[in-house]
Ligand binder design. Structure first.
Ligand code: AMP
Length: 433
């Protein structure tokens, strides 16, 4: 089978790496890809994965590429092309593509849509309201009496969520989104949620329109600095599984969140094929949904796919075809840890083009895989080309050994200004102990 993967981050490198291991994959293209993706080879025939310089949002050129190369299955990594309707477009042209269509992708593309859906179907979430005018928004924020989360409705590169400690901060955030239009069209509307206290976990479920198969738990580390300090980022590291949600807790999340979500989709004719990735807060009153994402998490994918034992081509085909009920997900019983190495200054401004050394040394370490995100090739060197540069991932029988292995690989790699957290998985160790 010929495959096309869309995207250029660490998530897409892990998808390509795992797809390339499948005996079913005879050719893989990635648009636009990165320097690490371009080094992958297919297990079946030793052929190199080919990166094609087409942006993930350039739908007409992506369609032309898939047609020209006679691609059998396209796999969409990021949220933007899904929200733009890439799945609908490819299907209209008779092409097989994995990911939710535009209507289904609204779970991520519109927080107001998701919030209203959860209310209609009794899915536990924060008490909330959706507003397009500052006056009523401020009155609602006042009714919450202080701490709250003010969120731009649409996709805002992960920056549209403002956590407010006081009403004054909430009023400022509301003006920022609705009046100053800091997030552009994504902020035509906003959602205000009560502030929820608890431990955050990510869930992933692979869906095929009828069935949803839940993955093990993982935890992201969103803040830039150790001890959850500093600015919010795309994610600085993950580990899986986590000790925060027991098997009973996971079963409870399935019963209270996933099952009503599936029933709601059926009732509203939402044909969801792809990953549903809810961000949860484990509160004293049980798990509550903070938001839904309509694609694999980054860097959650890096830890999930190093643990997944199934053939990913088979799984994604079953997700497209509606035959997931016939497949059992199999996970390696190891713990995987991914430490993100970012450019100095991220998530603010940062320089690009810094040469990266030590990648060959890290590649020789056992049970370790360095996934590339913001990297590019410059002559015979690999250089930094984005905020998050590498997702250094290692797996071992326990969390402590997996952390040690991931940080040993981080120590082998150097680039000017490299910035990473030293406490990825540390809370898991504390809890485990
Ligand atoms: P979101 O993109 O909606 O998941 O929000 C980004 C981050 O903001 C989450 O990962 C949480 O850390 C935090 N957050 C969002 N909503 C809330 C809430 N209602 N209460 C507390 N923290 C929140």
């Amino acid at each position: 089978m010929k495959l096309l993967v869309i995207g250029s981050g660490g998530r897409e490198h892990s998808l390509v790496w795992k797809l390339a291991q499948s005996p079913l994959a005879s050719g893989i293209w990635c648009a636009p890809g990165n320097a690490g993706i371009a080094e992958e080879r297919l297990a079946r025939n030793g052929e190199a994965v080919q990166c094609v310089n087409i942006g993930a949002e350039d739908l007409p050129r992506l369609l032309a590429l898939a047609q020209e190369r006679r691609v059998d299955l396209t796999v969409v990594g990021p949220d933007n092309p899904l929200a733009l309707g890439i799945v609908d477009l490819f299907q209209q042209h008779g092409l097989r593509i994995w990911g939710p269509n535009r209507k289904a992708a609204q779970f991520e593309a519109s927080k107001a849509f998701s919030q209203a859906f959860m209310e209609r179907h009794g899915i536990p979430t924060a008490h909330s309201g959706a507003f397009s005018q500052p006056g009523p928004a401020k009155a609602f924020a006042a009714s919450l009496g202080g701490p709250c989360a003010v969120k731009a409705d649409g996709l805002a590169l992960g920056k549209g969520v403002l956590i407010c400690a006081t009403l004054a901060e909430a009023e400022k955030a509301i003006d920022e989104i609705l009046v100053r239009k800091t997030f552009g069209a994504a902020g035509g509307q906003l959602v205000i949620q009560e502030f929820l206290k608890g431990t955050e976990v990510s869930l992933h479920a692979l869906c095929d329109g009828k069935t949803a198969k839940l993955f093990p738990t993982s935890q992201d580390h969103k803040r830039a600095l150790d001890g959850d300090q500093g600015l919010n980022t795309g994610g600085m590291g993950t580990f899986s599984p986590t000790p925060f949600l027991s098997q009973t807790g996971l079963a409870e999340a399935r019963r209270s969140i996933l099952e009503p979500w599936l029933r709601g989709c059926a009732a509203e004719a939402i044909d969801y094929h792809g990953i549903l990735y809810p961000g949860l807060m484990l509160t004293a009153a049980g798990p509550k949904v903070l938001e839904f994402n309509a694609r694999f998490g980054d860097p959650e994918t890096q830890v999930y796919l190093t643990r997944l034992r199934n053939d990913l081509v088979e799984l994604l085909q079953a997700s497209v075809d509606g035959t997931l009920d016939k497949i059992e997900l199999k996970w390696s019983p190891v713990v995987a840890v991914c430490v993100v190495m970012a450019s100095g200054g991220y998530p603010g401004g940062y320089a690009k083009g810094k040469p990266i050394s030590g990648l060959e040394k890290a590649a020789q370490l056992p049970d370790t895989k360095v996934f590339h995100a913001g990297t590019a090739r410059a002559g015979d060197r690999i250089v930094t080309n984005g905020g998050r540069v590498l997702g250094v991932t290692a797996w071992a029988p326990d969390l402590s050994a997996a952390r040690a292995a991931a940080y040993a690989a981080v120590d082998a790699i150097h680039f000017d200004g490299a910035q990473f957290r030293l406490d990825i998985g540390a809370k898991g160790l504390e809890r485990g102990a």
